[in-house]
Design a protein around this ligand. Sequence first.
Ligand SMILES: Cc1cc2nc3c(=O)[nH]c(=O)nc-3n(C[C@H](O)[C@H](O)[C@H](O)COP(=O)(O)OP(=O)(O)OC[C@H]3O[C@@H](n4cnc5c(N)ncnc54)[C@H](O)[C@@H]3O)c2cc1C
Length: 409
Amino acid sequence: MKKLIILGAGTAGTIMLNKLQNTLDLNEWQITIVDMFETHYYQPGFLFIPFGVYAKKDVIKPKRDFLPPGSNVVMCEVERIEPENNRLVLKNNAILNYDILIIATGAKIKPQETEGMKDKLWHKSIFDFYTIEGSCALANFFKHWKGGNLVINITEMPIKCPVAPLEFAFLADWFFTEKGIRDKVNIHFVTPLPGAFTKPRASGILGDFLSKKNINLTTEFSVGRVEHEPQKIVSWDEREIPFDVLVTIPTNMGDDVIARSGMGDELNFVPTHKETLQSIEHQNIFVIGDATNLPSSKAGSVAHFQADILTENLTSFIEGREMIAKFDGHANCFIESGFGKGILIDFNYDTEPLPGKFPLPGIGPFSLLEETKMNHYGKLMFRWTYWNFLLKGLELPIESNMSMAGKRL
Ligand SMILES: Cc1cc2nc3c(=O)[nH]c(=O)nc-3n(C[C@H](O)[C@H](O)[C@H](O)COP(=O)(O)OP(=O)(O)OC[C@H]3O[C@@H](n4cnc5c(N)ncnc54)[C@H](O)[C@@H]3O)c2cc1C
């Protein structure tokens, strides 16, 4: 039998396994999925944990619950990919050969990339909310915090879910207002970008939200180091911002296995064809989700759209046909804006977020680039959709390629 391996059973790998199980001829193809951890984390839920909206139990489930019964599952860290030998070398020295490999190893934070970040203040007055440990530690800290300078800082782009830091700032405004200490908390959003977000039109609108909510914004700040006494972040051009609590979004990088295999760029992301999702270097390797070096957002919704394209292209590749399905960079993100409201953005490589209605033109029920209660419900519903539809690779009422229907230019 021919062998297809999916490396990574996170969002993208799990969706791909579910799709391929129903697409490939299983008399001809043996599909194996490899991961090093048994637990699946609903990462979008990490945002809500510091504010007591979700607890740890709300964001974790066993990975195997989402893998089709009877799948070949290998639970072990992959030490190395050897593309020239078409094989994986596992940490326990076992070898897995493949005819086709799908890399879905995701991205993770590397606070140690910034001097002074992962030091004695880590999870004491410097926190992340991109890991379960970080978001739970911050939840405990916020329970007793009496106020001061809260600095939210993006170290560098790209990061997973680029709107999550803004959502954190909006939720912090809501949370401390509800606690009755908003006047004692100075919220400061510090970003290396020239505005609040990566895309100019949305950036203007989201920047206005920050100022309406009395959140300070500092742009073009590239953090070079963290100093502890007194506590401050210092940029490469020696600007200083003091903090009592630093919520950092550290450098995001691809998994170390990519570096160990000599397959990544300087951030360990795998060079990938932006439309077909084939690896640039190796024809029988495909890449999906956060592991790619693509200029699309690193988001679960993106992995879901990519999975449709990749399934089609893999079928063509196996049958020796031209790969004609094209990923257009489609991303769709609900932005929680606090006080029971949210904003929705829908965009791709070429079209920036535009106002309008989504998914039904003129009807919605969701509104693009506008703050509504319905968008907030959409964000909360995303968790249910994620566990019940998205991971299982089931169809959602959203096209994989972005549609202009309902958008206003
Ligand atoms: C705070 C936060 C908020 C977010 N909010 C949203 C949101 O609102 N909407 C949205 O769509 N997305 C959101 N995301 C992003 C979303 O969670 C990710 O983009 C998505 O999970 C990426 O899927 P992936 O499969 O590429 O990576 P992952 O789901 O991270 O999976 C990678 C898998 O590979 C495995 N792996 C890696 N290396 C190895 C190895 N060497 N050996 C074996 N296994 C390995 C890992 O164990 C892991 O299971 C958010 C993320 C965060 C952190």
